[in-house]
Design a protein around this ligand. Structure first.
Ligand SMILES: [Zn+2]
Length: 258
């Protein structure tokens, strides 16, 4: 489904925020045509919604130690920043990345991830795009072993411009974060949240309540602790595709009922 048609479909669920996931084969910031961009802007104004941009990610690890590959990922992220500007997006997600090999030197990979993000900050600032750093990777390939590691990493990214994060609860659970403490320690930095569920082993992106993550106390803490401007999106996998509408509706209800 073209991305503007997908937006029309999601608007029917009475949402105010939509995150546009930009990756092949559905859409890519590199070759999104003008007509689709215009349609997305029209829908935004007509329905009073706002967008977040999620750059391509399937084959890309921003923390890679391979410098040539990292250069290409920076190029693709810069296209995403330009698209975020065109769509007046509220922010753009940036993956922290992961260890390509579990035996890689973690400190070196973290430095590479920080280098990646620092290469984007000026461009984003110049175009008025807020970067939101996401805790990605899990298990033996994770950069973070707990929420304090993520907190320290974000502190190292702070420059003249403030740094914001998107806290992904499914990844945080797999990374061994204490979810409540993570919200309390990161609270000023959390600008956006990705909500989905899993069974504690793989990044399944299940509908809320279908896994084992203690989402009720997590969402309650978020509602109490973070800046009221912090936004949340449901990020569930369209699996099976015929149930996606029902799963989205139920997940939205899950959050509203808390
Ligand atoms: Zn992501």
């Amino acid at each position: 489904m073209p991305i503007d048609k997908a937006v029309e479909f999601i608007i029917s669920l009475d949402v105010t925020i939509i995150e546009l996931f930009m990756d092949v084969p559905y859409a890519h910031p590199y070759n999104l045509n003008k007509k689709i961009i215009n349609n997305l802007n029209k829908l935004k104004d007509m329905y009073n919604i706002s967008y977040f941009i999620h750059p391509p990610c399937y084959d890309l690890n921003p923390a890679t130690l391979n410098k040539s590959l990292q250069k290409e990922i920076i190029t693709q992220y810069v296209y995403s920043i330009k698209l975020a500007e065109e769509l007046e997006a509220r922010g753009m997600v940036v993956h922290s990345g992961h260890l390509s090999l579990p035996e890689a030197n973690r400190e070196e990979v973290i430095n590479s991830s920080i280098n990646f993000i620092k290469n984007l900050t000026e461009e984003a600032y110049k175009r008025g795009v807020k970067l939101l750093i996401e805790n990605t990777g899990y298990g033996i390939n994770s950069l973070f072993k707990n929420h304090l590691d993520f907190f320290e990493y974000l502190k190292r990214l702070e420059t003249d411009h403030p740094i914001y994060s998107v806290l992904d609860v499914g990844h945080a659970y797999l990374q061994g974060f204490d979810l409540i403490e993570a919200v309390k320690s990161l609270k000023k930095m959390i600008a956006h949240v990705h909500l989905h569920d899993n069974k504690g082993i793989a990044d399944e992106h299940l509908p809320l309540g279908k896994g084992v993550i203690p989402l009720v106390p997590f969402i309650k803490t978020l509602k109490k602790e973070v800046n009221p401007a912090t936004t949340m999106i449901i990020e569930i996998a369209p699996n099976p595709v015929e149930k996606v509408l029902k799963n989205l509706k139920n997940s939205i209800r899950f959050v509203k009922d808390i």
